[in-house]
Ligand binder design. Structure first.
Ligand SMILES: [Zn+2]
Length: 63
């Protein structure tokens, strides 16, 4: 009795445990490349708080 069975490829690979979430997908600051508070899906130029503050000051002072 030497039956050849067709192995049913029904086994699903076990999902890896949710572990190392390195860093949240935050958008990079366009000036200093620091992670900003904005998600990556934010449109336009994203600035970190520091650069945003500097930009605001620069605009306010009117170079
Ligand atoms: Zn910045």
């Amino acid at each position: 009795m030497d039956d050849t069975y067709c192995e049913t490829p029904g086994q699903t690979a076990p999902e890896p445990p949710a572990g190392t979430a390195a860093c949240p997908p935050y958008a990079e600051c366009v000036l200093c490349r620091e992670p900003t508070e904005y998600p990556e899906s934010t449109k336009g130029a994203t600035l970190c708080p520091v650069c945003a503050w500097q930009e605001a000051g620069r605009t306010a002072c009117g170079g």
